[in-house]
Design a protein around this ligand. Structure first.
Ligand code: URA
Length: 266
């Protein structure tokens, strides 16, 4: 079995899809039998593209974008871990910069993982499980993210995971502009400290925030953007995959490309 096919099957197995069929209609659009339930937090609803929007040619890390904030020289720390601790301290365990601290959040959810990771995932904001445990992506969507990470041969400990906003919005509503404005500088500092080679923006919200665009996720997913010192690739949010398992196929394509980028293939 070719390495490619083996990796492909392993990914689907990891994601709970136990086998493939050869009928063309299955390959064209397979919806694994998985209950489609609404889970929180909710990926902003956007229809999956009717046609996979894979570009026919390899995409170059094109489309340089202006960093959303000027990159300021960072204070010098002995290690990235120290620098992240300093950012966390600046943010504060009881941050009150926006109204979310009055709206029922239990704790600030900063970020987790390898301070020197080559790969960083950025989500939207903590959900109920994350709010309780104080760690990003630990609920159902997080468990799927963990499987996605493992499917490309990494562990959660080897990557860095953070969110655009660090406090849970009530009822898992979308973060509001004033909340994002207060919180996103801390994400930018996290990115500038970890210095990943690749940033994967999970879902519409993170992708639009980092890229300063209103383009729909269906248009920007799978594309490569030069972002600060990294390549940024938007892909679908794992919560969306839980509701729309057929979209796992596109995420697998994205993750294979991420794996290539990490291994130095252009
Ligand atoms: N969804 C997110 O965007 N972030 C989390 O931490 C969990 C779910």
């Amino acid at each position: 079995m070719s390495e490619e096919l083996k990796a492909h099957l392993e990914f689907f197995k990891e994601l709970g899809i136990d086998g493939v069929r050869l009928e063309p209609e299955w390959r064209a659009r397979h919806e694994p039998a998985e209950p489609i339930e609404r889970i929180e937090p909710i990926e902003p609803t956007e229809p999956a593209p009717t046609e996979p929007i894979e570009p026919s040619e390899p995409i170059e890390p094109t489309e340089p974008i202006e960093p959303s904030e000027p990159i300021e020289p960072l204070a010098v720390y002995a290690s990235a871990a120290d620098a992240l601790r300093a950012i966390r301290d600046d943010l504060g365990a009881d941050c009150s910069r926006c109204k979310l601290h009055t709206l029922g959040r239990k704790q600030v959810v900063f970020g987790v993982g390898n301070p020197n990771a080559d790969l960083m995932f950025v989500g939207e904001g903590p959900g109920a499980d994350e709010d309780i445990q104080g760690e990003p992506f630990v609920g159902r969507a997080g468990q799927l993210l963990t499987k996605i990470i493992e499917a490309i041969g990494l562990t959660r400990d080897e990557v860095y995971i953070a969110n655009v906003i660090k406090c849970r919005p009530p009822g898992n509503r979308n973060p509001e502009p004033d909340e994002v404005e207060q919180c996103q500088p801390f994400l930018f500092r996290q990115i500038d400290t970890v210095k990943p080679k690749v940033v994967v923006a999970l879902g519409k919200f993170a992708a639009q925030c980092l890229l300063r665009t209103t383009d729909p996720i269906t248009r920007i997913r799978g594309r490569e953007f030069t972002y600060r010192d990294a390549i940024l690739m938007p892909t679908y949010h794992p919560a969306y995959l839980l509701r729309t398992p057929s979209a796992k196929r596109e995420v697998w394509e994205d993750m294979k490309r991420v794996r290539e980028l990490l291994s130095g293939k252009s």
